[in-house]
Ligand binder design. Structure first.
Ligand code: IMP
Length: 431
């Protein structure tokens, strides 16, 4: 088997798109299996052309790859169709795109409810992306969601929309005092969107199963980061999907024994968007330095990301949850120029030291980081092509991070472009 799942090991934005792009060079299929357009991947190709993806897998750029949007994704059809237009205007063909009929549709009321629920929470808000993700997944779990297969069948869609709008308009008007949605308007808009999506809709689970059995190389492109997982993340400050590697099975219909490798992606520091605990957060000029050098602003929302030191305790938890074989260590170049670097190797809590990320949010709230301090480096390392090109302090930082996390680093990235990738352990990338 030649499958690999790529997951983020922090709170999202680990540059998984770059790793997926790198691993996809000889892939047959690239799959998105969770989340929706709350995620954003930026891929920079050799000519500095920047592609921003929100729903379509980054593999679409490679004409020999089939790109799949699988069952576990929630799709905002307006955003998807806009993304189609952008890709086509760059000459990217959509011929090899497949969309699961089981994926759920983000409806206008999901986006409205996302914002209204956040507003009503006041200081206790999650800081969501406002894209309707939580309400769409809530409807799916409550068995009242609308699936892509229903969206593209106008008779079914008309009945489902009518039923759903009765309940949602009651909530919008009676609980939140908002304006109701007009059924005819929503139907007209979604009818057109459904038609644009129809040619791509198929049984993706069957397609993927056959591809796996035929030993095709499949790259499963995880969205967000493990610490945002609905079950295992820092609840309630999480997203609403399964971001651990197991989510690739849940979100595609591919069983665990058909997965052969898992690669975790972590930045050389930590970022987080939205609310929630972040023990190593830097609220000083070092945090600003990292944000500006790393261009740490959301791909999807443009929000400035909160920045902090590398948290090995958090990454260790994520690596364990996804049973990764190795780590891709990203954005090492961003740390150039800092005198001293810190790696959080444990937490101090209730007078003691713990090395495992606490599962109890009440304990996590009280944790403060225990840091190992390392000397920084001044050199620009963005032109490095092998480990030997790195200054000794950069190599030591990388080695230390791997040791403290307890998993090997197979890739180090020193810039956004594909060629700024140092492959340290190619054997661990094999599927
Ligand atoms: P939602 O996914 O829009 O419901 O937002 C829930 C939480 O997950 C918020 O804190 C978001 O900022 C965060 N989040 C969702 N997607 C991403 C992502 O791709 N990167 C970073 N944070 C994300």
């Amino acid at each position: 088997m030649a499958n690999v799942v790529v997951v983020g090991l922090q709170w999202g934005d680990e540059a998984k798109g770059k790793v997926v792009d790198y691993l996809s060079q000889d892939a047959d299929v690239v799959v998105r299996y969770n989340g929706g357009n709350n995620a954003g991947h930026t891929v920079v190709l050799g000519n500095d052309e920047i592609y921003k993806f929100h729903i379509v897998p980054a593999g679409i750029l490679n004409p020999s790859i089939t790109s799949v949007i699988a069952d576990g994704v929630v799709i905002d059809p307006a955003v998807l169709v806009e993304e189609f237009g952008r890709l086509q205007s760059h000459g990217v063909s959509l011929d090899r795109l497949k969309i699961s009929g089981n994926a759920h549709v983000i409806m206008p009321y999901h986006k409205m409810l996302d914002r209204l629920e956040e507003e009503s929470k006041g200081a206790k808000k999650i800081g969501t992306t406002g894209r309707g993700i939580g309400p769409a997944y809530a409807d799916k779990i409550s068995r009242v969601g609308i699936r892509v297969s229903e969206l593209i069948d106008m008779d079914q869609f008309s009945t489902r929309l009518s039923d759903c709008l009765k309940r949602k308009n009651a909530i919008l008007t009676k609980i939140y005092g908002a304006e109701p949605l007009d059924e005819a308007e929503v139907f007209a808009e979604y009818k057109g969107l459904g038609e644009a999506i129809t040619p791509y809709v198929t049984d993706t689970a069957l397609f993927l199963h056959k591809a796996a059995r035929e030993n095709k190389k499949i790259v499963f492109e995880g969205a967000h980061g493990t610490l945002l997982d609905i079950d295992h993340g820092t609840y309630p400050y999480v997203t609403s999907s399964h971001t651990v590697a197991g989510g690739a099975c849940i979100g595609t219909g591919i069983g665990p024994t058909l997965i052969s490798n898992v690669i975790g992606v972590a930045k050389a520091y930590t970022t987080r968007v939205g609310e929630g605990w972040f023990p190593t957060e830097l609220l000083d000029e070092t945090g600003d330095y990292i944000r500006e050098r790393g261009r740490e602003y959301g791909t999807t929302t443009g929000r400035p990301r909160r920045c902090g030191w590398f948290d090995a305790v958090a990454v260790r938890l994520s690596a364990r949850l996804s049973a990764v074989r190795c780590i891709a260590f990203i954005s090492l170049d961003v740390l150039s120029g800092l005198d001293k670097l810190r790696v959080c190797s444990a937490y101090r809590v209730n007078g003691g030291i713990i090395r495992d990320f606490p599962s109890d949010a009440a304990v996590l709230r009280e944790c403060t980081p225990v840091y190992d301090e390392l000397p920084g480096w001044k050199e620009d390392i963005s032109g490095a092509t092998s480990l030997d090109d790195l200054p000794a302090n950069a190599r030591d930082y990388l080695t230390h991070a791997a040791e403290v996390v307890g998993y090997p680093i197979a890739i180090a990235s020193v810039g956004r472009r594909r060629e700024q990738t140092l492959v340290i352990r190619p054997d661990l990338l094999e599927s």
